[in-house]
Design a protein around this ligand. Structure first.
Ligand SMILES: [Fe+2]
Length: 263
């Protein structure tokens, strides 16, 4: 007897399972009340929820280390990260936090006390930023100072630096010093004619970036930041997007996956 074909169950819909959250935000101002980032725990939790909704499972908290913003240190940041982690856990927001800092480079930065140099995950990568119209003579010395401390320097959002917008080839010189580059996701949603976006897209297509970060500051502006993920995907595809937001960020912490702020 011939078997009748089994009719498909109309209740079983063949849709792929959603991709697991696994992206790592390598630049955020999630810690409440310490810089120009989130002001309250509520804002921090709201931002964390949006990061999770965009596929993030981890985030480095990188408060500004400015010479006029003392108190950001290897002691204080892990303590603050632990407190915010407890809030996220209580709110059932599955985002694992790491400590870090974003150190502003200026003439005299090499006099910064050792305790105020806060690398990503307290490891060997130091996130730095600088706002200049021309690359100053002290830049090379500041990079060398950090490298002599055993740190790899990661320059945040080079596409936002006037000096680089005016002369994008400067990026090659900066890389020749051994500096890694972190692109800012927000720049990929700026107006197409904006220099930030033109530079960001050029550097992305040229393979200049090591990692991408959201540079999240508050719930009001986070959507334009996470929105950059789609444009990066459009430009270079899912594999490269994953390299810059999943694989490379995991190299920043030797014990990634086993050490976090709950420990
Ligand atoms: Fe930042």
């Amino acid at each position: 007897m011939t078997e009748l074909p089994v009719s498909p169950d109309p209740l079983v819909v063949d849709t792929p399972a959603p991709a697991p959250a696994r992206r790592v935000d390598t630049h955020s101002h999630l810690l409440p009340g310490v810089d120009d980032g989130c002001k309250t725990v509520e804002e921090s939790v709201a931002c964390a929820k949006i990061l999770v909704a965009n596929g993030y499972s981890h985030a480095f908290c990188t408060p500004h280390i400015w010479h006029n913003n003392r108190g950001i240190s290897r002691t204080s940041v892990p303590r603050l990260v632990k407190m915010l982690q407890a809030e996220l856990d209580a709110a059932q927001v599955p985002l694992t936090l790491f400590p870090g800092g974003e150190m502003n480079l200026y003439l005299g930065v090499d006099k910064t006390p050792a305790d105020e140099v806060v690398p990503l995950g307290l490891g060997t990568y130091m996130l730095v930023d600088m706002w200049v119209a021309e690359l100053p003579p002290f830049f090379e010395g500041a990079v060398e100072w950090l490298q002599n401390l055993g740190l790899s320097v990661v320059l945040a959002h080079p596409e936002r630096m006037r000096a680089i917008q005016d002369d994008p080839d400067l990026i090659d010189y900066i890389q020749s010093l051994g500096v890694y580059l972190q692109g800012n996701l927000q720049c990929f949603t700026d107006k197409p004619e904006a220099l930030t976006r033109k530079c960001a897209e050029k550097f992305l297509l040229d393979g200049k970036y090591f990692i991408l970060g959201s540079d999240t500051h508050n719930p009001e502006t986070i959507d334009v930041r996470t929105g950059g993920l789609a444009r990066v995907r459009e430009l270079v595809g899912e594999e490269t997007l994953d390299q810059l937001t999943v694989a490379n960020p995991r190299k920043l912490v030797e014990t990634f996956g086993t050490a976090d702020a709950r420990g």
